[in-house]
Design a protein around this ligand. Structure first.
Ligand code: PMP
Length: 394
Protein backbone atom coordinates (compact mmCIF):
# COMPACT_ATOMS: atom_id res chain seq x y z
CA UNK A 1 0.00 0.00 0.00
CA UNK A 2 2.76 2.46 0.97
CA UNK A 3 4.31 2.21 -2.53
CA UNK A 4 0.99 2.96 -4.18
CA UNK A 5 0.38 6.01 -1.96
CA UNK A 6 3.85 7.42 -2.47
CA UNK A 7 3.77 6.91 -6.24
CA UNK A 8 0.45 8.77 -6.54
CA UNK A 9 1.74 11.62 -4.35
CA UNK A 10 4.94 11.91 -6.40
CA UNK A 11 2.86 12.08 -9.57
CA UNK A 12 0.77 14.93 -8.11
CA UNK A 13 3.93 16.85 -7.16
CA UNK A 14 5.43 16.40 -10.63
CA UNK A 15 2.22 17.78 -12.19
CA UNK A 16 2.41 20.93 -10.01
CA UNK A 17 -0.96 19.87 -8.61
CA UNK A 18 0.06 19.02 -5.06
CA UNK A 19 -1.93 21.00 -2.51
CA UNK A 20 -0.59 22.26 0.80
CA UNK A 21 -2.28 23.62 3.90
CA UNK A 22 -1.43 27.17 4.84
CA UNK A 23 -1.32 27.41 8.59
CA UNK A 24 -3.29 30.52 9.48
CA UNK A 25 -3.64 32.52 12.62
CA UNK A 26 -6.90 34.40 12.25
CA UNK A 27 -6.91 38.16 12.37
CA UNK A 28 -9.88 40.53 12.17
CA UNK A 29 -11.50 41.43 8.87
CA UNK A 30 -9.81 40.29 5.71
CA UNK A 31 -6.45 39.65 7.38
CA UNK A 32 -4.64 36.42 8.14
CA UNK A 33 -1.31 35.71 9.76
CA UNK A 34 0.71 33.13 7.82
CA UNK A 35 4.13 32.09 9.12
CA UNK A 36 4.13 35.13 11.41
CA UNK A 37 3.36 37.62 8.58
CA UNK A 38 0.11 39.53 8.30
CA UNK A 39 -1.44 39.16 4.84
CA UNK A 40 -4.56 40.66 3.28
CA UNK A 41 -6.78 37.75 2.27
CA UNK A 42 -8.41 37.76 -1.14
CA UNK A 43 -9.12 34.03 -1.08
CA UNK A 44 -11.80 33.51 1.54
CA UNK A 45 -15.55 33.18 1.04
CA UNK A 46 -16.29 35.52 3.94
CA UNK A 47 -18.03 37.88 1.50
CA UNK A 48 -19.67 40.07 4.14
CA UNK A 49 -16.90 40.07 6.74
CA UNK A 50 -19.12 38.26 9.25
CA UNK A 51 -16.62 35.51 10.18
CA UNK A 52 -14.79 37.81 12.57
CA UNK A 53 -17.61 40.22 13.41
CA UNK A 54 -17.39 40.81 17.20
CA UNK A 55 -21.17 40.50 17.66
CA UNK A 56 -21.27 37.16 15.84
CA UNK A 57 -18.38 35.85 17.93
CA UNK A 58 -20.11 37.02 21.13
CA UNK A 59 -23.38 35.32 20.07
CA UNK A 60 -21.48 32.10 19.35
CA UNK A 61 -19.77 32.28 22.74
CA UNK A 62 -23.14 32.75 24.46
CA UNK A 63 -24.49 29.84 22.40
CA UNK A 64 -21.70 27.63 23.73
CA UNK A 65 -23.40 27.82 27.13
CA UNK A 66 -26.03 25.51 25.63
CA UNK A 67 -23.32 22.94 25.03
CA UNK A 68 -20.21 22.75 22.87
CA UNK A 69 -21.80 20.03 20.77
CA UNK A 70 -25.29 18.80 19.91
CA UNK A 71 -24.41 15.38 21.42
CA UNK A 72 -26.57 13.40 18.96
CA UNK A 73 -28.24 13.59 15.57
CA UNK A 74 -31.11 16.04 15.09
CA UNK A 75 -33.69 13.25 15.19
CA UNK A 76 -32.33 11.65 18.35
CA UNK A 77 -31.63 14.35 20.94
CA UNK A 78 -29.48 16.85 19.07
CA UNK A 79 -32.14 19.40 18.07
CA UNK A 80 -32.27 22.50 20.28
CA UNK A 81 -34.55 25.51 20.25
CA UNK A 82 -31.71 27.56 18.72
CA UNK A 83 -31.71 25.19 15.69
CA UNK A 84 -35.41 25.76 15.27
CA UNK A 85 -34.95 29.53 15.49
CA UNK A 86 -32.19 29.39 12.88
CA UNK A 87 -34.35 27.30 10.54
CA UNK A 88 -37.21 29.79 10.93
CA UNK A 89 -34.86 32.70 10.21
CA UNK A 90 -33.54 30.96 7.07
CA UNK A 91 -37.11 30.35 5.88
CA UNK A 92 -37.89 34.04 6.48
CA UNK A 93 -34.77 35.30 4.68
CA UNK A 94 -35.22 32.99 1.68
CA UNK A 95 -38.99 33.46 1.36
CA UNK A 96 -39.67 29.73 1.72
CA UNK A 97 -42.13 27.88 3.97
CA UNK A 98 -39.44 25.98 5.83
CA UNK A 99 -35.74 25.11 6.04
CA UNK A 100 -33.62 22.22 7.28
CA UNK A 101 -30.06 22.41 8.63
CA UNK A 102 -27.22 20.21 7.38
CA UNK A 103 -23.65 19.76 8.59
CA UNK A 104 -22.20 21.29 5.40
CA UNK A 105 -23.14 22.23 1.86
CA UNK A 106 -21.42 19.10 0.62
CA UNK A 107 -23.61 16.93 2.84
CA UNK A 108 -26.74 18.88 1.94
CA UNK A 109 -26.22 18.43 -1.82
CA UNK A 110 -25.44 14.73 -1.51
CA UNK A 111 -28.37 14.17 0.85
CA UNK A 112 -30.96 16.09 -1.14
CA UNK A 113 -30.19 14.61 -4.55
CA UNK A 114 -29.97 11.06 -3.29
CA UNK A 115 -33.23 11.47 -1.34
CA UNK A 116 -35.16 12.94 -4.27
CA UNK A 117 -34.04 10.77 -7.21
CA UNK A 118 -32.82 7.23 -7.70
CA UNK A 119 -32.81 4.41 -10.24
CA UNK A 120 -35.25 5.07 -13.06
CA UNK A 121 -34.90 8.86 -12.66
CA UNK A 122 -32.59 11.35 -14.38
CA UNK A 123 -30.40 14.05 -12.89
CA UNK A 124 -29.30 16.78 -15.30
CA UNK A 125 -26.28 18.90 -14.38
CA UNK A 126 -24.17 21.76 -15.74
CA UNK A 127 -20.65 20.58 -16.64
CA UNK A 128 -19.12 23.02 -14.16
CA UNK A 129 -21.33 22.06 -11.23
CA UNK A 130 -19.72 21.80 -7.82
CA UNK A 131 -18.27 18.38 -6.87
CA UNK A 132 -20.93 17.88 -4.20
CA UNK A 133 -23.78 18.09 -6.74
CA UNK A 134 -21.96 15.68 -9.02
CA UNK A 135 -21.28 13.25 -6.16
CA UNK A 136 -24.92 13.48 -5.03
CA UNK A 137 -25.98 12.53 -8.55
CA UNK A 138 -23.60 9.56 -8.62
CA UNK A 139 -24.68 8.26 -5.23
CA UNK A 140 -28.37 8.58 -6.12
CA UNK A 141 -28.15 5.91 -8.84
CA UNK A 142 -30.19 8.10 -11.23
CA UNK A 143 -29.08 8.40 -14.86
CA UNK A 144 -26.72 11.32 -15.23
CA UNK A 145 -26.88 13.82 -18.13
CA UNK A 146 -24.60 16.85 -18.42
CA UNK A 147 -24.78 19.98 -20.56
CA UNK A 148 -22.23 22.61 -21.62
CA UNK A 149 -21.79 25.36 -19.05
CA UNK A 150 -24.77 27.75 -18.91
CA UNK A 151 -25.89 26.64 -22.39
CA UNK A 152 -29.69 26.70 -22.34
CA UNK A 153 -30.05 25.12 -25.81
CA UNK A 154 -27.80 22.22 -24.77
CA UNK A 155 -29.82 21.87 -21.57
CA UNK A 156 -33.04 21.62 -23.54
CA UNK A 157 -31.62 18.79 -25.64
CA UNK A 158 -30.77 16.89 -22.46
CA UNK A 159 -34.22 17.51 -20.96
CA UNK A 160 -35.80 16.20 -24.18
CA UNK A 161 -33.59 13.11 -24.01
CA UNK A 162 -34.46 12.61 -20.37
CA UNK A 163 -38.19 12.84 -21.11
CA UNK A 164 -37.99 10.46 -24.08
CA UNK A 165 -36.01 7.97 -22.08
CA UNK A 166 -37.94 7.88 -18.85
CA UNK A 167 -41.31 8.47 -17.27
CA UNK A 168 -39.52 9.00 -13.99
CA UNK A 169 -38.56 12.17 -12.21
CA UNK A 170 -36.10 14.65 -13.68
CA UNK A 171 -34.01 16.82 -11.39
CA UNK A 172 -32.06 19.76 -12.83
CA UNK A 173 -29.29 20.74 -10.42
CA UNK A 174 -27.16 23.85 -11.01
CA UNK A 175 -24.94 26.27 -9.13
CA UNK A 176 -26.61 29.70 -8.98
CA UNK A 177 -23.17 31.36 -8.95
CA UNK A 178 -20.21 29.30 -10.19
CA UNK A 179 -17.60 28.98 -7.49
CA UNK A 180 -14.52 29.12 -9.72
CA UNK A 181 -15.84 31.44 -12.46
CA UNK A 182 -18.12 33.81 -10.57
CA UNK A 183 -20.72 33.87 -13.36
CA UNK A 184 -24.40 33.18 -12.72
CA UNK A 185 -26.72 30.56 -14.21
CA UNK A 186 -29.53 31.72 -16.55
CA UNK A 187 -32.04 30.62 -13.92
CA UNK A 188 -35.18 32.24 -15.35
CA UNK A 189 -34.75 30.38 -18.68
CA UNK A 190 -33.86 27.19 -16.85
CA UNK A 191 -36.99 27.43 -14.69
CA UNK A 192 -39.06 27.89 -17.88
CA UNK A 193 -37.57 24.70 -19.34
CA UNK A 194 -38.21 22.83 -16.08
CA UNK A 195 -41.87 23.76 -16.32
CA UNK A 196 -42.02 22.66 -19.98
CA UNK A 197 -40.35 19.29 -19.33
CA UNK A 198 -41.81 18.68 -15.88
CA UNK A 199 -38.41 18.75 -14.16
CA UNK A 200 -37.56 19.94 -10.64
CA UNK A 201 -35.09 22.80 -10.32
CA UNK A 202 -32.49 22.69 -7.53
CA UNK A 203 -30.26 25.75 -7.12
CA UNK A 204 -27.04 25.63 -5.13
CA UNK A 205 -26.86 29.08 -3.51
CA UNK A 206 -23.45 28.56 -1.87
CA UNK A 207 -22.19 31.81 -3.42
CA UNK A 208 -25.52 33.60 -3.86
CA UNK A 209 -27.08 33.34 -0.40
CA UNK A 210 -26.50 36.50 1.64
CA UNK A 211 -25.07 38.52 -1.22
CA UNK A 212 -27.81 38.72 -3.84
CA UNK A 213 -31.58 38.58 -3.99
CA UNK A 214 -34.78 40.42 -4.83
CA UNK A 215 -36.32 43.57 -3.35
CA UNK A 216 -38.45 41.47 -1.00
CA UNK A 217 -35.78 38.92 -0.17
CA UNK A 218 -32.46 40.75 -0.65
CA UNK A 219 -30.32 38.01 0.95
CA UNK A 220 -32.13 35.00 -0.55
CA UNK A 221 -29.68 34.35 -3.40
CA UNK A 222 -29.43 34.12 -7.16
CA UNK A 223 -32.82 32.42 -7.70
CA UNK A 224 -34.61 35.33 -6.01
CA UNK A 225 -32.47 37.76 -8.02
CA UNK A 226 -33.68 35.99 -11.19
CA UNK A 227 -37.31 36.52 -10.10
CA UNK A 228 -37.89 32.90 -9.03
CA UNK A 229 -39.88 31.80 -5.99
CA UNK A 230 -40.80 28.59 -4.19
CA UNK A 231 -42.92 27.37 -7.12
CA UNK A 232 -40.35 28.03 -9.83
CA UNK A 233 -37.18 27.21 -7.84
CA UNK A 234 -38.58 24.64 -5.38
CA UNK A 235 -35.25 23.44 -3.94
CA UNK A 236 -32.57 25.82 -2.78
CA UNK A 237 -29.43 24.84 -0.91
CA UNK A 238 -27.28 27.44 0.80
CA UNK A 239 -24.16 27.05 2.86
CA UNK A 240 -23.53 28.96 6.08
CA UNK A 241 -19.76 28.69 5.60
CA UNK A 242 -19.47 31.54 3.08
CA UNK A 243 -21.48 34.81 3.34
CA UNK A 244 -22.70 33.83 6.83
CA UNK A 245 -19.01 33.38 7.74
CA UNK A 246 -19.59 30.27 9.82
CA UNK A 247 -20.26 26.56 9.12
CA UNK A 248 -23.17 24.34 8.21
CA UNK A 249 -25.76 24.57 5.46
CA UNK A 250 -29.47 24.46 4.76
CA UNK A 251 -32.10 23.44 2.28
CA UNK A 252 -35.15 25.70 2.00
CA UNK A 253 -38.45 25.00 0.27
CA UNK A 254 -42.03 23.94 0.85
CA UNK A 255 -43.12 22.41 4.16
CA UNK A 256 -43.61 19.10 2.34
CA UNK A 257 -40.07 19.17 0.88
CA UNK A 258 -38.55 19.82 4.30
CA UNK A 259 -40.69 17.12 5.97
CA UNK A 260 -39.67 14.69 3.21
CA UNK A 261 -35.95 15.46 3.57
CA UNK A 262 -36.20 15.13 7.36
CA UNK A 263 -37.44 11.57 6.80
CA UNK A 264 -35.32 10.53 3.80
CA UNK A 265 -32.07 12.54 3.52
CA UNK A 266 -29.45 10.18 4.91
CA UNK A 267 -26.83 12.92 5.39
CA UNK A 268 -29.34 14.68 7.67
CA UNK A 269 -30.45 11.62 9.60
CA UNK A 270 -27.22 9.73 10.26
CA UNK A 271 -24.93 12.45 11.56
CA UNK A 272 -24.47 14.59 14.66
CA UNK A 273 -26.52 17.79 14.68
CA UNK A 274 -25.04 21.27 14.21
CA UNK A 275 -23.39 22.51 17.40
CA UNK A 276 -25.78 24.87 19.27
CA UNK A 277 -22.96 27.43 19.49
CA UNK A 278 -22.59 27.41 15.70
CA UNK A 279 -26.37 27.74 15.34
CA UNK A 280 -26.33 30.77 17.64
CA UNK A 281 -23.48 32.42 15.69
CA UNK A 282 -25.27 31.74 12.39
CA UNK A 283 -28.55 33.16 13.69
CA UNK A 284 -26.86 36.39 14.70
CA UNK A 285 -24.99 36.59 11.37
CA UNK A 286 -28.30 36.29 9.49
CA UNK A 287 -29.81 39.06 11.62
CA UNK A 288 -26.83 41.30 10.77
CA UNK A 289 -27.21 40.42 7.07
CA UNK A 290 -30.75 41.77 7.27
CA UNK A 291 -29.89 44.88 9.32
CA UNK A 292 -26.55 46.17 8.02
CA UNK A 293 -25.78 47.51 4.52
CA UNK A 294 -23.11 44.81 4.00
CA UNK A 295 -24.30 43.78 0.52
CA UNK A 296 -24.17 47.38 -0.66
CA UNK A 297 -20.59 47.70 0.61
CA UNK A 298 -19.61 44.42 -1.09
CA UNK A 299 -21.15 45.55 -4.39
CA UNK A 300 -19.28 48.85 -4.17
CA UNK A 301 -16.01 46.93 -3.63
CA UNK A 302 -16.74 44.64 -6.61
CA UNK A 303 -17.38 47.66 -8.86
CA UNK A 304 -14.23 49.35 -7.59
CA UNK A 305 -12.12 46.24 -8.20
CA UNK A 306 -13.41 45.84 -11.77
CA UNK A 307 -12.90 49.50 -12.64
CA UNK A 308 -9.34 49.59 -11.28
CA UNK A 309 -8.46 46.18 -12.79
CA UNK A 310 -9.60 47.46 -16.20
CA UNK A 311 -7.32 50.48 -15.73
CA UNK A 312 -4.42 48.03 -15.25
CA UNK A 313 -5.65 46.12 -18.35
CA UNK A 314 -5.95 42.92 -16.33
CA UNK A 315 -7.77 40.14 -18.20
CA UNK A 316 -11.08 40.01 -16.29
CA UNK A 317 -13.78 37.40 -16.76
CA UNK A 318 -17.44 38.18 -17.19
CA UNK A 319 -18.30 38.13 -13.47
CA UNK A 320 -20.17 40.69 -11.43
CA UNK A 321 -20.12 38.55 -8.28
CA UNK A 322 -17.62 38.57 -5.41
CA UNK A 323 -15.65 35.87 -7.27
CA UNK A 324 -13.25 37.47 -9.77
CA UNK A 325 -11.04 34.85 -11.42
CA UNK A 326 -7.97 35.60 -13.49
CA UNK A 327 -7.45 32.75 -15.95
CA UNK A 328 -3.76 32.13 -16.54
CA UNK A 329 -3.98 28.61 -17.97
CA UNK A 330 -0.77 27.06 -16.79
CA UNK A 331 -0.39 25.59 -13.29
CA UNK A 332 3.21 26.74 -12.94
CA UNK A 333 2.39 30.35 -13.78
CA UNK A 334 -0.54 30.44 -11.37
CA UNK A 335 1.63 29.09 -8.56
CA UNK A 336 4.43 31.56 -9.32
CA UNK A 337 2.05 34.55 -9.34
CA UNK A 338 0.30 33.41 -6.17
CA UNK A 339 3.66 32.97 -4.41
CA UNK A 340 4.81 36.40 -5.51
CA UNK A 341 1.57 37.95 -4.26
CA UNK A 342 2.16 36.29 -0.92
CA UNK A 343 5.62 37.87 -0.77
CA UNK A 344 3.93 41.23 -1.38
CA UNK A 345 1.45 40.67 1.47
CA UNK A 346 -1.61 39.23 -0.30
CA UNK A 347 -3.21 35.80 -0.04
CA UNK A 348 -4.87 34.71 -3.31
CA UNK A 349 -5.89 31.15 -4.12
CA UNK A 350 -4.09 29.31 -6.96
CA UNK A 351 -6.78 27.05 -8.39
CA UNK A 352 -5.65 24.12 -10.50
CA UNK A 353 -7.08 20.92 -11.99
CA UNK A 354 -8.90 18.80 -10.95
CA UNK A 355 -10.86 21.63 -9.27
CA UNK A 356 -11.06 23.35 -12.69
CA UNK A 357 -10.73 21.85 -16.21
CA UNK A 358 -7.19 21.17 -17.53
CA UNK A 359 -5.56 24.23 -19.09
CA UNK A 360 -7.70 26.70 -17.11
CA UNK A 361 -5.65 27.15 -13.93
CA UNK A 362 -6.48 30.49 -12.39
CA UNK A 363 -6.12 32.90 -9.55
CA UNK A 364 -9.42 33.04 -7.69
CA UNK A 365 -9.71 36.52 -6.25
CA UNK A 366 -12.63 36.93 -3.86
CA UNK A 367 -13.86 40.24 -2.56
CA UNK A 368 -15.43 41.06 0.78
CA UNK A 369 -17.33 43.96 2.31
CA UNK A 370 -14.47 43.98 4.83
CA UNK A 371 -11.89 45.01 2.19
CA UNK A 372 -10.93 48.67 1.94
CA UNK A 373 -10.35 50.37 -1.41
CA UNK A 374 -6.70 50.81 -0.40
CA UNK A 375 -6.34 47.04 0.07
CA UNK A 376 -7.83 46.46 -3.39
CA UNK A 377 -5.43 49.03 -4.90
CA UNK A 378 -2.54 47.28 -3.16
CA UNK A 379 -3.56 43.89 -4.56
CA UNK A 380 -3.95 45.18 -8.12
CA UNK A 381 -0.60 46.91 -8.13
CA UNK A 382 1.14 43.79 -6.73
CA UNK A 383 -0.71 41.66 -9.27
CA UNK A 384 0.37 43.80 -12.24
CA UNK A 385 4.00 43.56 -11.08
CA UNK A 386 3.77 39.78 -10.51
CA UNK A 387 2.20 39.16 -13.92
CA UNK A 388 4.92 41.17 -15.62
CA UNK A 389 7.66 39.30 -13.82
CA UNK A 390 6.33 35.91 -14.95
CA UNK A 391 5.81 37.36 -18.45
CA UNK A 392 2.03 37.13 -18.64
CA UNK A 393 0.91 39.80 -21.12
CA UNK A 394 -1.42 42.35 -19.49
N1 PMP B 1 -21.59 24.15 -3.47
C1 PMP B 1 -20.73 25.06 -3.95
C2 PMP B 1 -21.05 25.73 -5.25
C3 PMP B 1 -19.57 25.38 -3.25
O1 PMP B 1 -18.70 26.27 -3.75
C4 PMP B 1 -19.32 24.73 -2.03
C5 PMP B 1 -18.08 25.05 -1.20
N2 PMP B 1 -16.89 24.99 -1.88
C6 PMP B 1 -20.23 23.78 -1.57
C7 PMP B 1 -21.36 23.53 -2.31
C8 PMP B 1 -19.99 23.02 -0.30
O2 PMP B 1 -20.33 23.81 0.80
P1 PMP B 1 -19.66 23.52 2.21
O3 PMP B 1 -18.33 24.20 2.19
O4 PMP B 1 -20.61 24.12 3.19
O5 PMP B 1 -19.55 22.05 2.33
Amino acid sequence: MQDFLEARLAERRAQQLYRYHKLLTAAPGPLAVVDGRELVTFSSNDYLGLATHPEVIAAQQRGAALGAGATASHLVNGHFEIHQQLQNKIAEVTGREAALLFGSGYMANVGVISALVGRGDVVVQDKLNHASLIDGGRISGADYLRFAHNDVAALEIQLQRAREKRDGKILLAVDGVYSMDGDTAPLAEMAGLCKQYDAWLMVDEAHGFGVMGSNHFPCAGSAAAAGLDQDTAPIIMGTLGKAAGNAGAFVAGSRALIDYLTQFARTYIYTTGMSPAVAAGNLHALELMQELPLRETLNARIRYFRQRAAAYSLPLENSTSAIQPLLLGCEKTVLAVSEQLQQSGFLVGAIRPPTVPAGTARLRITLSAAHSEAQIDGLLSALATALQSVAVPV
